[in-house]
Design a protein around this ligand. Structure first.
Ligand code: ATP
Length: 142
């Protein structure tokens, strides 16, 4: 018998409201859905190793950080998730979950098809709506 075990935007929203809920693995399909396929319109900003998107839930928003593949290997990603799972503090943005997805993709290279491994690594956080540190320091927002 096939059992569905997917997480919906509503489930993620419930998790966000429950302060004792632990971070969990999130399906790539959910993160794609709430960022509208990682659309440019939902992009918030980017840092040294990721692009951050707004993830729209039913009545709230989360931040979805999509890591740039080449800059972090599997071991570093595991360490990053491990650290984030251990940190819980009122002054640190809350970590909600992570996704590590690997999928084969047929690609054409010099008249031949090859099966390429496509990795997706994502982190999901509480959304902080008040801009970024640079905007504060430079006086663009008060
Ligand atoms: N949880 C969040 N809520 C709202 N905006 C966020 C959140 N996390 C990141 N951002 C936005 O996305 C931008 C990029 O964030 P990111 O964490 O990737 O890089 P960074 O902190 O600027 O630098 P670094 O790559 O060194 O960590 C931030 O400057 C901020 O504007």
């Amino acid at each position: 018998m096939h059992r569905r075990s997917t997480i919906t935007p509503r489930d993620l929203e419930c998790m966000l409201r429950n302060e004792t809920a632990e971070p969990k693995p999130l399906p790539l399909s959910l993160l794609e859905e709430i960022t509208n396929g990682f659309s440019a319109e939902q992009e918030i900003g980017s840092g040294g190793f990721a692009v951050v998107y707004k993830g729209k839930l039913v009545s709230t928003t989360v931040a979805v950080k999509r890591l740039t593949n080449t800059l972090m290997d599997e071991k570093e990603f595991h360490q990053e998730v491990e650290c984030l799972m251990m940190v819980k503090h009122k002054n640190i943005v809350r970590f909600l979950g992570y996704c590590a997805n690997r999928q084969g993709s047929m690609e054409r290279r010099h008249e031949k098809f090859i099966m390429a491994d496509v990795h997706q690594r994502l982190l999901c956080f509480e959304y902080l709506p008040n801009g970024n540190l640079y905007e504060y320091i430079s006086g663009r927002i008060t």
